[in-house]
Design a protein around this ligand. Structure first.
Ligand SMILES: Cc1ncc(COP(=O)(O)O)c(C=O)c1O
Length: 403
């Protein structure tokens, strides 16, 4: 008799704990204690934020880094630095976290959505090209799941149309496209240091740029419209306070030192896992574009084919895998082009500006990815090969039980 699945009362495949996240040790403790004792808790008067900006920019091949409160804030800052304003259109991907679209909407701009590529789930440059209109003022590429988008094609399009190109690299710390680090290939690159991210301090963000002008604008926007060399109460423009305190910066400087080693481990485990998963009918790993020289593997992506699981929907598979001790999940549930918050706010902006209403951008590939795509979080790749085997054994067991 075969052992029942864990969801049917059998013993789970994996009972061992997963690596704990976030990772920290005495070095973070020391950095925090030093910051506490220094009495300099804010970037103004402190050293940590400034040092982090320099070290993070250097690690990504950028000349400037401007730290801020979150990845969402970084996107708003970058869009404002690019001059995005009411009624402007910003082209981005339909498959991303809502913050990418919200940053546009919060400025009164209209996010327009390009479809994604089936082999990477990243923004499709041809779809971008087709959706450029006379109102388009910027392109925001997202390096989804830690895989760099096709920056060759996107840079070409941005150049042809004289549009600023922003890289939302919230999920892609240290990733490289044909040897070039993300965040430094476009006009600006934004990052998140929120707790789930490969490099984190609970919360935090960063904008990178190679342009002196963009960097100065970002710095001013982060700092209530001040100017770097200006007086404290001189405000050259309207802005808020988006600053990062010294605490997360102190932690992030240590986290940055771990990034390369952790990335190497994730890459090794991902390669092993992808080869092993090939043995499971109906579960296809998304290996990505061959031109990517370093993946950040923030999310480990799979396409699920219900027909290989006797027609059972992905939700059933997710529940069964979780019962087996494997923390898989469905990704973004719908393309952002159809998200009610995005649709309603876009309609409001159009009404306010007297613009005609428009139907949501159609993104059929993204629809399929939302319906059938699955993720594992990055920290599973910090475990050992046996853990990768457990993932495969659990999937195999379910597939065999249901097929
Ligand atoms: C692609 C993407 N953009 C932006 C963000 C926003 O970052 P944060 O949560 O730090 O505001 C996230 C993180 O959740 C993200 O995944």
């Amino acid at each position: 008799m075969t052992t029942p699945l864990a969801i049917d009362g059998g013993p789970p495949v994996r009972t061992q704990p997963w690596p704990s996240w976030p990772v920290w040790d005495d070095r973070e403790l020391q950095a925090l204690t030093d910051t506490l004792r220094s009495g300099a808790w804010a970037a103004i008067g402190g050293t940590q934020v400034h040092a982090l900006e320099q070290e993070f920019a250097l690690a990504h091949g950028a000349r400037h880094g401007i730290a801020c409160a979150s990845g969402s804030a970084a996107l708003e800052v970058a869009l404002r630095a690019a001059g995005i304003d009411w009624g402007d259109e910003v082209l981005t991907t339909a498959y991303t976290f809502i913050a990418t679209a919200n940053a546009c909407l919060l400025l009164g701009a209209l996010p327009r959505f390009a479809d994604v590529l089936p082999g990477t789930w990243n923004i499709d440059p041809e779809s971008v090209r087709r959706r450029i209109t006379p109102r388009t003022r910027a392109i925001v590429a997202v390096h989804i799941a830690g895989e760099p988008a096709d920056m060759d094609a996107l840079r070409q399009i941005a150049r042809e149309h004289s549009l600023p190109l922003i890289e939302d690299s919230a999920q892609a710390h240290g990733a490289r496209w044909r040897g070039q680090p993300v965040g430094s290939m476009g006009d600006m690159g934004t990052f998140s240091f929120q707790i789930s991210k490969n490099m984190n301090a609970g919360e935090g963000g960063m904008v990178l740029s190679n342009s002196d002008a963009y960097a100065e604008r970002c710095w001013s926007i982060v700092n209530v419209g001040r100017q770097r060399e200006g007086a404290f109460y001189h405000h050259a423009g309207l802005s808020g306070n988006y600053r990062l305190p010294e605490w997360p910066a102190a932690v992030l400087r240590v986290q940055l030192q771990r990034l390369e080693e952790q990335s190497a481990r994730r890459s090794e485990n991902a390669a092993y896992l992808f080869d092993a998963v090939d043995e499971v009918p109906g579960l296809t790993p998304v290996r990505g574009d061959a031109r990517v020289t370093q993946f950040a593997h923030h999310l480990v992506r799979f396409m699920y084919a219900p027909e290989q699981f006797n027609g059972r929907p992905p939700q059933d598979f997710v529940r069964a895998m979780i019962a087996e001790g494997i923390p898989i999940q469905q990704g973004y549930p719908i393309p952002l082009s159809r998200h009610p918050v995005v649709v309603e706010r876009s309609a409001f902006i159009r009404t306010r500006l007297g613009m005609p209403q428009e139907a949501p951008d159609r993104c059929p590939v993204c629809e399929k990815v939302c319906a059938q795509g699955l993720w594992l979080p990055q920290w599973v790749l910090l475990a050992d090969y046996r853990a990768m085997d457990d993932i495969v054994r659990a999937a195999q067991r379910i597939q065999q039980a249901w097929a």
